[in-house]
Ligand binder design. Structure first.
Ligand code: SAH
Length: 219
C-alpha cells in the first residue's frame, strides 16, 4: 500500500463498513433494516480519531471516562430484538455513551430519547447528532433509572448498561412494546427481551453479554 499510508482513510471507507455488515449477516443478523442502518451509519465518527481505524472491527472500543461503544454485533442484535414489523414510534435508550446506538435507532424510529449520566459524554454525543443532521434524537444529562416519564409510553426501551432493570422502565413501556437490557445474572449479564402484552410481561433470554455497569447519580 505504498503511498496510501496516510491518515487511515482506507480503514474508514464504505468498503470496510460493508465488510462489517457482511460479517454481522454471517453471524445471524438477518433483518435487512438493521443491516441497512449499520451500512449507513459511520461508526468511525463516534470514536476518537486515534482509534477510528478500528471502528469497523466487530469489537467494543473505549470512548473515555471508563465507558465503551458497544460491539457492533451486540448493537445489531439489540436493535433487531426491539424491531417489530413496522417502523418504531418513540424509543427510549438508557446510556447514550458515544451515541452510536441512538443513531442506529434514529433511522428506524420516529423519535429517540436517550439519557446519559456523564455530562461530558452526553454533550459530545449531542454535538455528533447535530453535525450528522440527526434531528429526531433528544438527549438529556440525566439518571436513566427514572426513565423519561414525560415522554412515556415508549414502543421500545433499550438499556445499554448492565444491572437490575428499574421498575420505572417496565412502567414506561407501551403495550406491545419491547424492552431489551443486559440484566445482572451473578458473574455475568444476561441479555433479556421483555415484551409487554395484554397479559403482562413476557421474558426471553438472548444470551450472555458484557456491558459497563448501570450506575446511579450524575457525573
Ligand atoms: N449505547 C452506547 C453504549 C455506552 S456504554 C453507545 O452506543 O456508545 C453505557 C453508557 O451508559 C455509559 O456511557 C454510562 O455512563 C451510561 N450509564 C450508566 N448508568 C446510567 C444511568 N443510570 N443513566 C444513564 N446513563 C447511564
Amino acid at each position: 500500500m505504498a503511498g496510501r499510508a496516510h491518515s487511515g482513510i482506507g480503514m474508514t471507507s464504505e468498503g470496510t463498513r460493508e465488510r462489517l455488515v457482511r460479517r454481522l449477516h454471517d453471524k445471524g443478523i438477518s433483518d435487512e433494516r438493521v443491516l441497512e442502518a449499520i451500512r449507513n451509519t459511520p461508526r468511525h465518527l463516534f470514536v476518537d480519531e486515534a482509534i477510528s481505524s478500528r471502528a469497523y472491527e466487530d469489537t467494543a472500543l473505549p470512548i473515555g471516562r471508563g465507558q465503551t461503544i458497544s460491539q457492533p454485533f451486540v448493537v445489531a442484535m439489540m436493535t433487531q430484538a426491539v424491531l417489530g414489523e413496522g417502523r418504531l414510534g418513540k424509543v427510549l435508550e438508557i446510556g447514550t455513551g458515544s451515541g452510536y446506538q441512538a443513531a442506529i435507532l434514529a433511522r428506524l424510529a420516529d423519535k429517540v430519547f436517550t439519557t446519559e449520566r456523564i455530562g461530558e459524554l452526553q454533550r459530545s454525543a449531542r454535538q455528533r447528532f447535530h453535525r450528522m443532521g440527526l434531528h429526531n434524537i433528544y438527549t438529556r444529562h440525566a439518571d436513566g433509572m427514572e426513565g423519561w416519564p414525560s415522554q412515556a409510553p415508549f414502543d421500545a426501551i433499550m438499556v445499554t448498561a448492565g444491572g437490575r432493570i428499574p421498575d420505572s422502565l417496565y412502567e414506561q413501556l407501551a403495550e406491545g412494546g419491547v424492552l431489551v437490557a443486559p440484566e445482572d445474572a451473578g458473574p455475568y449479564q444476561q441479555l433479556v427481551r421483555i415484551e409487554r402484552t395484554a397479559r403482562g410481561f413476557e421474558r426471553e433470554e438472548l444470551g450472555a453479554v458484557s456491558f459497563v455497569p448501570l450506575l446511579q447519580g450524575l457525573e
